[in-house]
Design a binder for this molecule. Structure first.
Ligand code: PEP
Ligand code: MN
Length: 338
């Protein structure tokens, strides 16, 4: 931790910082500049200390941590890439995993049809929301338990792993019965009770990025799951809120290489919720693969015009098939396959 004193801080103010460091059993290294004093605090447990302990002292301008706040998700803790196995499908290996299906499970017919289409085009995991965390309480909230039962049936029929969202910490076990991998949605990225519950379940999970969260906050949230002993975790970039309003969210392509450097966890991308419009989805999906994503989570509906949720951003069967064909050479060019 680095404590920067204000220009002209008094000897007493500097001494108070040094004294406090000593009472906390920290080593001190002084850097006496011509008009500014910087105090470096050293010691194994500085990462656990609140910077405010020093920021509150008179004469202190700024306190900065050197150690990253996230630990278990960091490459410093684990150098090798994590590979997550979901019903026989590996996420984080050479093969790029495409998870596709409707935003929401609407009916048996719709889900069966969607599974047939996405599996036929080469997707290996079926997506479908049974619990939908909607911005408005008046919007369709999903088929809930009925939706879970449909997912379980279609999973068996098509022999295809399923991803679905869990929103309630008390329902993790119930949702896990119908899902091979749990989805934690953007709005719940910092729902720490839910993260802890998913961690305890040891069930594979995808942690979507909170649309107003930094990468550091995201990895720190991931630590909640890893800290419970659940190492089967995948990160999903899905766009963040910026001043730009021509897309639904701004897809942070830069997050992919940043995460690859900072973390050992697999990274997938959801181009659908970022784009907000089906026309824009293929370009974002291709950019994600080119930038090193380990997988994609794409909304596909047998008939987007009739979708109960997110029809505008859902690919129709022909568009999804075309996208899969276009992704193959891009994957190969970065040493991957689809
Ligand atoms: C979803 O994938 O169904 C979803 C609701 O996405 P997000 O949590 O990223 O908004
Ligand atoms: Mn959706």
């Amino acid at each position: 931790m680095i404590v920067e004193m204000r220009t002209g801080a008094s000897r007493q103010e500097i001494d108070a910082v040094v004294e406090k460091a000593k009472t906390l059993q920290l080593g001190v290294q002084m850097n006496l500049g011509t008009d500014k004093v910087v105090v470096a605090l050293l010691g194994g447990h500085t990462g656990q200390l609140a910077p405010d302990l020093f920021a509150v002292l008179p004469g202190v301008e700024r306190v900065t941590r050197i150690m990253k706040p996230y630990k278990l998700s960091s490459r410093e803790v684990k150098r090798q890439d994590t590979i997550v196995n979901v019903g026989g499908v590996e996420i984080g290996g050479k093969r790029i995993v495409v998870m596709a299906g409707p935003c929401a499970v609407e009916s048996e017919k719709q889900l069966m049809e969607a599974a047939r289409i996405v599996k036929g085009a080469g997707a290996t995991v079926l997506r479908g929301g049974a619990f939908k965390p909607r911005t408005s309480p008046f919007s369709f909230q999903g088929l809930e338990e009925v939706g879970l039962a449909l997912l379980a049936r279609v999973r068996q029929e098509f022999n295809m792993p399923v991803i679905t969202e869990v929103v309630d910490p008390h329902e993790v076990a119930v949702v896990a019965k119908s899902a091979d991998i749990l989805q934690i949605g953007s709005r719940n990225m910092q729902n720490f009770t839910l993260l802890t519950s998913v961690g305890k379940s040891k069930w594979p999970a995808v942690l979507k990025r909170g649309f107003s969260c930094t990468i550091t906050e995201w990895l720190t949230a991931a630590d909640y799951i890893l800290n419970e002993g659940n190492t089967e975790l995948v990160l999903c970039e899905r766009g963040i809120r910026t001043f730009e309003d021509t897309t639904r969210f701004s897809l942070d392509i830069g997050a992919i290489p940043v995460l690859k450097r900072a973390s050992h966890l697999p990274v997938i991308v959801d181009p659908s919720h970022a784009a907000g419009h089906h026309d824009l989805v293929p370009a974002l999906a291709k950019a994600a693969v080119a930038a090193g994503a380990d997988g994609l989570l794409i909304e596909v509906h047998p008939n987007p015009a009739e979708a109960l949720v997110d029809g505008l951003q859902s690919l129709n069967p022909a568009a999804f098939e075309r996208l899969m064909a276009e992704l193959r050479p891009i994957a190969e060019s970065v040493g991957r396959s689809i």
